[in-house]
Design a protein around this ligand. Structure first.
Ligand SMILES: [Zn+2]
Length: 307
């Protein structure tokens, strides 16, 4: 008799435990889903795209994202207005004095990073998203090999150093359709090259912008065909602009780049009023994933973009 009673009590208490565990699990899951802004975030970088060119540029896909999203043409670069220092500043949500990448082609911090994570790098948005979501599909496709030193390779599910614009977009389209990434960076190394060869604000520069816009159209189409569109936030931005055949200096043509964000839960037809700096990009992106930023970061999320 006693063992039977005991086993009945055990069964009741087991059932109660299972009930409460399931309750916590359901509450936990629904909270997590409610707090992530969208299931997919696609970050598109165009190296060397100055805000000065936006009005004149024939970029229907990008302008559609602007009209259906939030944007500023006054996101300011950090000095010098060069590539690695500014991509690092975006990804690492901090001023160069903290992450330590201070020059055009920096492959490691020239100044010791203020903090290191378990990746052995200053914390970037890539590693932070990976640590918060170990199962997430995260991809990073870029043309310029200098990009590989600015993000935590070990955080990536897929990383590719593509040869040229076309391979970059083709790889991105294929990857989106096959793997439906939750976080994907696609960094084109144009219009930077055309800016250095033909010059900024030239017919050749605008011709290249038209081609890049078509590639962005291909990426949006791939997202649509993958059935992800309603659950995606697109970001299009750049590291610096340029003047004549160069950049790195202190003119606003070099310093100001667009930041465009469009998609699920993002205000439409909205010009960002808050002051936005290069280091605010990382903060804004991790806020989409509901990740608290490290204390060492200096970026600020652009909270006004949310509906
Ligand atoms: Zn650049």
């Amino acid at each position: 008799m006693i063992p039977v009673n005991n086993s009945k009590t055990m069964k009741k208490s087991n059932l109660l435990i299972i009930f409460f565990l399931s309750l916590f699990f359901v509450i936990g899951c629904s909270n997590e889903k409610a707090e992530i802004k969208a299931r997919h975030v696609i970050f598109i970088g165009l190296d060397g795209w100055g805000s000065y060119s936006v009005e004149k540029a024939d970029m229907p896909h990008v302008k559609n994202l602007m009209n259906n999203g939030s944007y500023t043409l006054h996101k300011r670069a950090v000095l010098p207005s060069s590539s690695a220092v500014n991509w690092a500043t975006m990804f690492m949500g901090s001023v160069p004095e903290l992450h330590g990448y201070t020059t055009w082609g920096a492959k490691e911090p020239e100044l010791p990073a203020k903090e290191l994570t378990h990746y052995g790098m200053y914390p970037s948005m890539w590693g932070l998203v990976r640590d918060a979501y170990p199962e997430m599909e995260i991809g990073y496709i870029y043309e310029w090999d200098g990009m590989k030193y600015l993000a935590e390779s070990k955080a990536m599910s897929w990383e590719e150093n593509a040869a040229g614009n076309e391979q970059t977009v083709n790889s991105a389209v294929k990857y989106i359709k096959n793997s439906k990434p939750e976080f994907l960076g696609i960094i084109f190394d144009e219009p930077d090259h055309i800016g250095h060869s033909a010059g900024h604000d030239t017919p050749e520069y605008y011709e290249k912008m038209k081609v890049l816009d078509a590639y962005i159209g291909d990426i949006i189409q791939a997202v649509t065909e993958a059935g992800m569109f309603e659950e995606t936030i697109f970001i299009v931005t750049s590291d610096h602009g340029g003047l004549e055949k160069g950049h790195g200096g202190k003119t606003m043509e070099e310093m100001e780049t667009p930041f465009i964000i469009s998609g699920k839960g993002i205000k439409k037809n909205h010009i960002i009023q808050q002051s936005m700096m290069q280091f605010d990009v990382g903060s804004t992106i991790i806020s989409l994933f509901n990740i608290e930023q490290p204390q060492v970061w200096t970026g600020r999320p652009m909270n006004e973009i949310f509906e």
